[in-house]
Ligand binder design. Structure first.
Ligand code: ADP
Ligand code: MG
Ligand code: MG
Ligand code: MG
Ligand code: MG
Ligand code: MG
Length: 748
């Protein structure tokens, strides 16, 4: 979330007049960014940082309820107020950001980590612990900042503290009060403008988890409310039988995720990293699954992704290529000259995805838009100018709609030295979207110095990856060593309950990225396969039950022998072998060592692409096989080759280094054990808790008291305070480690 501009946000019907203005100036700003940073910025450090999103939950132990706290959002101002607690944040290198929900906060390190420093990887968890302590210090003890992907009873009767009624005009939701939305005007405006552009409320339908007493009908939909015209939408097509129906942005943007941003050395390295991580996105969504309950129902899926996707889906009926509800406008909130030919279902489209002959009054072509603004990426950036040069045109096999004007401008004679056709396609696709919120004071900007119009479109394209260009600077400010460069953001992961897990997943992605940059594997597969993987990743227990498309293991372009020995046992050998001092402890840790169990690859070859793509279990992809390294060995090898102090690069002889490596080993053990099924995902753990509870009536419903029990368990796991609960989630080895290592930290 960028800085929030102050001012007057325009209602959709006023703001849409400026859509092309924002896009045109945004592209001018982008071109200026490329001129300022493109060819000359060649040697940035591998810096990185995480973002963690929290929900503030009030717990009442007497009445046995847990609810989302919507009256403590001032803590964010206090945490950033120089007169109040800013010093605490600054001194501890933590930074707090607003998020969509009034019950949410986001926190990051104030300064990014150095990806070339082993100490910084280990420091991540300490930083995360500090964020919790600092935010908790502003809250009463019955309110906890918890990192749960979705609040199980969001949208059920009373689920907020204090209570509030779902009667708000911004969302018009039948379930969510507007009081859950961040007070800053940007957020209610965003909510309303998505609805206005779309021409109806958003509609998300998740399949119910079918249990023996489940009534396959969402009985929480009020039948007789008559407050807004939209109240009857569930009865004219918005809600589907057998599904949990959700009608508001908050169901998606009110969920929490874990994001990682990494800086490439230059734009070419960042493009290769972006492309390489594309294949990893769905794998990590599955491996981090943490959201089996929505609106008080167990659902038949494990993750938040399609919910957020539906929650911000501002596409009109015609863009989605579906019949409008009776008496609703096919063109939603777009101004369309109805004298232009009315399109049919099978209307022909041109190469940019435009419907031939159908335009808005401002002259913009109307397009079919297959995906929401929040969805998986649509094209590779291509590593054509990088040493690897693996990319082939056939990998971009899903023809997304493109803004032709933007594409042509970026590919023009004047600009094509900065934007090859892949970059022009990438930004041309992002710029098919309209701005959702525009502030009247920010309509006119200095395109040499400001980039808000570019960011307006860029930051409301919420995709699995984000390619983040630098900002614009004055000549005095422009110092490549002090200003962010070309970055890649990894966005699919669900948030985990403990700082240990969030540090583990963050480390895994940043270390894997470092390994990718060093060893240069080829992970390109047709992008349509990644879309299939995203769908698979939603399924219950997909991490164990599904196989995912991936680059065939023998096509990674690595010398597999180089990675022999770099499995998890490497840590023990490196730390303890020939080391009497540390040896004793070593035996304990050796017990916790796993080697990959899967030796046979039951892969399915895809006949279409000459066998470069096959289907693998996540265990094979992460832990490798007897012949192929898997992702974990890449990570361990990059630690061994690039992150050890030179005087100890062959032999560990300090306790401090041993401690750091043991920490990282357990991060990787967590990832490894979730991939091979020795321990459950959070989603599996939560679902089992519901199914096994004496309060559960086999009807897929999560009552208020059951929700309370779940939240209490989550808090105890977060605080590492209950050995029995921890063993259920992490197994004995990791639990022993967590409870015997010192994980407390004190504030500066
Ligand atoms: P957004 O919400 O737009 O993704 P945030 O500021 O919330 O952005 O988070 C960005 C993350 O990127 C933070 O963890 C921050 O520490 C990290 N970061 C900041 N500067 C750099 C940089 N130069 N390279 C890599 N990461 C960076
Ligand atoms: Mg966020
Ligand atoms: Mg952020
Ligand atoms: Mg953000
Ligand atoms: Mg979010
Ligand atoms: Mg982010």
């Amino acid at each position: 979330m960028g800085l929030l501009s102050l001012g007057t946000p325009l209602d959709w019907h006023d703001s849409k007049k400026y859509n092309d203005h924002v896009r045109e100036n945004g592209i001018t700003q982008l071109i200026n960014i490329f001129k300022q940073h493109g060819p000359t910025r060649t040697n940035d450090t591998f810096l990185w940082g995480d973002e963690v999103e929290y929900m503030l939950v009030t717990i009442d132990d007497e009445k046995k309820w847990a609810r989302l706290t919507i009256d403590k959002d001032h803590i964010l101002d206090d945490l950033n107020d120089p007169q109040k607690s800013l010093h605490k944040s600054v001194d501890n290198n933590v930074l707090f950001h607003p998020e969509y929900g009034r019950f949410m906060i986001e926190a990051t390190p104030a300064k990014p980590y150095n990806g070339n420093s082993l100490a910084d990887y280990v420091y991540v968890e300490e930083n995360m612990i500090k964020r919790r302590i600092v935010s908790q210090s502003e809250l009463p003890s019955n309110i906890k900042p918890i990192t749960l992907t979705t609040f199980p009873r969001m949208g059920c009767n009373i689920f907020t503290s204090p209570s509030a009624k779902p009667i708000g005009p911004a969302s018009q939701s039948l379930f969510l009060p507007d009081e859950i939305i961040n007070r800053h005007v940007r957020f209610p405006t965003l909510t309303a403008n998505i609805r206005k552009r779309r021409g109806c409320k958003v509609a998300i339908n998740l399949p119910m988890y079918p249990d023996i007493n489940t009534k396959l009908l969402d009985d929480s939909i009020p039948k007789s409310r008559d407050l807004f015209k939209s109240d009857h939408e569930p009865f004219i097509g918005a809600s589907k039988p057998g599904h949990v129906y959700m009608d508001s942005m908050g169901f998606g943007m009110g969920s929490s995720c874990l994001q990682i941003t990494m800086q490439g050395k230059n734009i070419e390295e960042a493009r290769y990293l972006y492309d390489s991580l594309a294949a990893i996105t769905a794998i990590m969504l599955s491996l981090s699954a943490a959201a089996p309950i929505f609106k008080g129902f167990l659902v038949n899926q494990d993750v938040r992704w399609n919910v957020v996707s539906g929650a911000v889906d501002d596409r009109t009926f015609i863009e989605r290529n579906i019949e409008p509800y009776p008496n609703y406008n096919l063109f939603g909130g777009l101004n369309v000259d109805l004298h232009s030919k009315l399109p049919s279902k099978t209307q022909s489209i041109n190469e940019f995805g435009d419907l031939n002959g159908v335009f808005t009054k401002e002259g913009k072509p109307i397009q079919r838009v297959p995906k929401s603004r929040y969805d998986s990426i649509d094209s590779y950036l291509a590593d054509v100018n990088f040493s690897t040069n693996y990319f082939k045109d056939e990998y971009n096999d899903i023809n997304p709609p493109i803004n032709e004007k933007v594409f042509n401008r970026l590919s023009s004679k004047e600009n094509h030295h900065l934007f090859d056709k892949y970059l022009a396609k990438h930004f041309g696709h992002l710029f098919i979207r309209d701005p959702l919120v525009l502030f009247s004071e920010r309509i006119n900007q200095d395109n040499e110095l400001e980039n808000d119009h570019f960011e307006n479109i860029q930051s409301t394209n919420w995709q699995t990856l984000r390619f983040k260009p630098p900002a614009l600077y004055t000549p005095e400010e422009l110092d490549f060593s002090k200003t962010p460069g070309w970055r890649v953001e990894f966005r699919p992961m669900e948030i985990q309950l403990t700082d240990f897990e969030n540090a583990a997943y963050s480390n895994f992605i940043s270390l894997l990225s470092k390994a990718i940059i060093k060893f240069k594997p080829n992970f390109y597969i047709p992008i349509s396969k990644i879309e299939l993987n995203m769908k698979l990743a939603h399924n219950v227990d997909s991490v164990l039950d599904e196989k995912f498309w991936f680059k065939a293991l023998d096509q990674w372009n690595l010398n597999n022998n180089d990675f022999i020995g770099y499995d998890l046992s490497w840590f023990d050998r490196f730390i303890y072998e020939g080391n009497d001092e540390l040896g004793k402890e070593g035996e304990v840790y050796m017990n916790g060592t796993i080697t990959p169990t899967s030796n046979t690859i039951e892969s399915i070859t895809d006949v279409d692409d000459g066998g470069i793509t096959q289907k693998y279990s996540i265990n094979e992809i992460i832990n490798g096989t007897d012949k192929f390294p898997g992702l974990i060995r890449l990570v361990i090898k990059v630690i061994a080759t690039d992150l050890l102090p030179t005087d100890q690069s062959h032999h560990c002889d300090s306790e401090e280094l041993a401690r750091k490596l043991i920490t990282i080993k357990h991060y990787l053990l967590l990832i490894s054990n979730r991939a091979n099924g020795k321990i459950p995902t959070i989603a599996h753990w939560l679902r089992s808790k519901v199914l096994q509870s004496h309060l559960y009536k086999q009807d897929s419903k999560v009552s208020e008291e059951l929700n309370y029990n779940l939240i209490k368990d989550c808090v105890e796991v977060t605080d590492l305070s209950d050995k029995y609960l921890l063993e259920g989630l992490f197994g004995e080895v990791i639990t022993d480690y967590l409870l015997t290592s010192n994980r407390t930290t004190t504030l500066s």
